[in-house]
Every structure is written in structure tokens, then in C-alpha cells.
Design a protein around this ligand. Structure first.
Ligand SMILES: [Zn+2]
Ligand SMILES: [Zn+2]
Length: 271
């Protein structure tokens, strides 16, 4: 079966493989089409696109935007976006600045409590998040595990917590549409209760990410049915974050190629 993986991360967000490496791995697995969907950045897309062209793999541009909805977190996948879109680029630059300031604030607050921290090498400016700070807390001996570091220092109400600047879910969808892409509700099986899911789908999403490595076969069927009922497009992918640390999910989730063909048809009016 020819299949696609339209949810892949690279070193440009929190993945461990470079864009070129991601494409090489996809080629080795015989995947017919891929999309790079890094968190809040399109920095790795052009490199992956060039590599995919060389490898003869169909390629879709992409991004995974972190957004808030009803006091919760929602991920929005954009596919087929113009990566040079000024509104999208402006919003991503703003988020990048806000994230850099946030991690600096977290470190300041912890230092003021007698916990000066060194971040591990490789944690790039702007991509540094709570996870990096949590690891540094473990390394410095202030917590035994990353989970404990979160619980003791980095959760709301704890000394190192600083609120995050996030897009509103509607805003995330608008930015993707402004970049002439299609907007998908990412991995609805992770966390969103059914009632909330139906409210979310009242927003102008183009489709649902039905296939995902953390969805059970039953959930996938349920989301496929929901997409059919609502006339929405279907996407899916492994959400692979790389080969290191046993996170190599690529090849485990197979989006049947006919869904990609339908996505491309959905994009035609914009091109
Ligand atoms: Zn996600
Ligand atoms: Zn993801």
C-alpha cells in the first residue's frame, strides 16, 4: 500500500533528526509522501523539500501551531502553506521572541531562589522550553526526575513557572488560511473530551488528523467517521520526533495515499 506520513518533526523544533535525515529515513521506508510539521516554525521545511525532491518523495509544506482553546491546549496542523507568508512569518517570529523571553524569565526566577542553572549545549535560543529547564534542574540535582522538576518548580503556582504566550485557536486557523494552507485539528485522541471536540470542530478547520501513533484503531475509525459526517478532510502521521531515545515512530502510522490526493485537490483552488 502506498502511504504517507504528514506529521514529522526535525531538529528545527524538538526532533532529533535533521530535515535531510528525516527525508532519508522516509525514503528508506518507502514512504510515498511526507510533510514536515515542526512546532511553531517553518525553518526546516525548505531543506526537507529540497531533499525530498532529490529522493523522489512527494512533499507537502507544513507547521504544527500550539494554540489555546477554552483554557486548554490545542495543536493545529497546517499543510500546503506558503512558508513565505508574511502574516504567518510575523506571528511565528513573535512567538519565537516570546519563548526566548519566557525561558530567560524562568531561569531568572529560579536563580533568585538560589538555583542558578546551566542549560545543556544544543538547547537553541528561542526553542528552549520548560523541558530544557526541567532537565537542567535534574542535572543540577534540584530534582530526581524531569517529572519531579515539573511538579516542584515549573507548574503554575510553582517558583519557576512563567505563563506562555500562545495563539488563540481561531487565530492559528486564520494564519494557516492566510498562508493558503489547509488547517487540521491535530491528534484529537490526545486529551480532548468528545464534547470539547465537537465544539472545536465548530471552528473553520478543513480537516482532522485521524491517523496518529497515539490513536487506537478504534479512535482512528471514530475520527474517520466524524470526518465523513462533517465533510472534513483527513490527514495523519506518526508525529515522529527522531531516531534517538526510542522515539522512531516513522513507518508505524500509514495514511492511505488517497487522503493525500484529496488534500491536494482541496489545495488546488488556492494555487
Ligand atoms: Zn502535537
Ligand atoms: Zn507533532
Amino acid at each position: 500500500m502506498r502511504y504517507a506520513d504528514l506529521h514529522l518533526h526535525t531538529t528545527f523544533s524538538d526532533g532529533t533528526d535533521t530535515p535531510e535525515r528525516v527525508v532519508d529515513r522516509a525514503a528508506a521506508l518507502g514512504i510515498a509522501a511526507i510533510a514536515i510539521t515542526d512546532h511553531d516554525t517553518v525553518g526546516g521545511v525548505a531543506l526537507a523539500q529540497a531533499a525530498a525532491q532529490r529522493a523522489g518523495i512527494a512533499f507537502l509544506t507544513g507547521v504544527e501551531l500550539s494554540a489555546k482553546f477554552d483554557n486548554g491546549d490545542v495543536h493545529v496542523i497546517g499543510l500546503g502553506i506558503d512558508i513565505a507568508s508574511p502574516p504567518l512569518g510575523g506571528a511565528l517570529a513573535h512567538l519565537h521572541d516570546a519563548r526566548a523571553k519566557r525561558s530567560a524569565r524562568m531561569l531568572e526566577r529560579l536563580a533568585a531562589r538560589g538555583m542558578p542553572l546551566e542549560l545543556e549545549a544544543g538547547a537553541r535560543e528561542g526553542v528552549v522550553g520548560r523541558m530544557h529547564v526541567a532537565r537542567a534542574l535534574v542535572t543540577a540535582g534540584h530534582a530526581k526526575t524531569v517529572q519531579q522538576a515539573f511538579d516542584k518548580f515549573l507548574k503554575p503556582g510553582k517558583p519557576g513557572y512563567v505563563g506562555q504566550t500562545k495563539l488563540d485557536c481561531n487565530e492559528a486557523i486564520e494564519l494557516i488560511h492566510a498562508a493558503r494552507g489547509l488547517a487540521f485539528l491535530a491528534h484529537p485522541g490526545l486529551g480532548a473530551p468528545r464534547r470539547k471536540l465537537l465544539t472545536l470542530l465548530g471552528l473553520p478547520f478543513d480537516g482532522i488528523e485521524c491517523y496518529h501513533s497515539k490513536h487506537s484503531p478504534g479512535q482512528t475509525d471514530q475520527f474517520l467517521q466524524l470526518a465523513r459526517d462533517r465533510g472534513l478532510l483527513v490527514t495523519g502521521g506518526s508525529d515522529c520526533h527522531g531516531e534517538a531515545k526510542g522515539r522512531a515512530e516513522m513507518g508505524r502510522v500509514r495514511l492511505p495515499i488517497e487522503h493525500v490526493e484529496r488534500l491536494l485537490e482541496g489545495m488546488t483552488p488556492h494555487r
